[in-house]
Design a binder for this molecule. Structure first.
Ligand code: NAG
Ligand code: NAG
Length: 179
């Protein structure tokens, strides 16, 4: 049976009452330049649309997982679910390929969407998978604090891996037990 680890990465904004600041725009522009250099044009366009909406990308470490343009064109996307799509394709932590490779096989990491978890599977020669998607172009973003990797397809989520919503898991730690 695969060993299952749950890594609790710092989730930005969690449990904080003050509104979080937007993602550093300098870093974002540099990261988008890196993405363009590796032909992830569609993902850049989606990021620009999302970034134009206030309060949609928050400051803090982030790793984007980017399907290529052909894969993105297959996704049923609406403006309503753009934020969910982008955030579920990101991890609120700076994870280079070397970090991902050091996770125990089967590690679950939170995506930037509170109840969506990502499972890191090391399939040896077949490659490193995040959920159903293989990391095909690692470390695309290297010139800013934002990290990003190209993945083989858009992510699907196993409902068994979902986690109780953010607020409940934060409150368990912060509040004394109710009697
Ligand atoms: C954004 O990031 C750049 C480069 O990493 C840094 O020089 C700048 O101070 C940051 N801006 C803010 C508002 O944190
Ligand atoms: C990781 O787990 C998957 C299935 O859970 C298995 O197919 C794979 O061989 C494992 N990788 C290693 C390096 O043990």
């Amino acid at each position: 049976m695969a060993l299952l680890f749950l890594i609790l990465l710092p989730l930005f904004g969690v449990g904080e009452s003050q509104p979080s600041n937007p993602l550093n725009q300098t870093d974002l522009q540099v990261a988008m330049d890196d993405m363009r250099t590796s032909f992830y044009y569609g993902f850049v366009i989606l990021l620009k649309i999302l970034n134009s909406a206030p309060n949609s990308l928050h400051e803090g470490q982030i790793t984007f997982l980017m399907p290529n343009d052909e894969e993105l064109s297959k996704v049923a996307l609406k403006l309503d679910n753009l934020q969910d799509f982008i955030l579920s394709h990101s991890i609120p932590s700076e994870l280079l390929l070397s970090h991902l490779l050091h996770f125990p096989n089967g590690t679950l990491v939170p995506s930037s969407v509170p109840n969506k978890m990502l499972r890191i599977t090391n399939s040896g020669r077949l490659g490193l998978f995040v959920n159903n998607a293989r990391v095909v172009t690692p470390n695309v973003c290297l010139n800013s604090l934002i990290t990003c990797h190209g993945i083989s397809t858009s992510m699907t989520f196993d409902s068994a891996d979902s986690y109780p919503i953010k607020s409940s898991f934060v409150h368990v730690k912060r509040r004394p037990a109710l009697h």
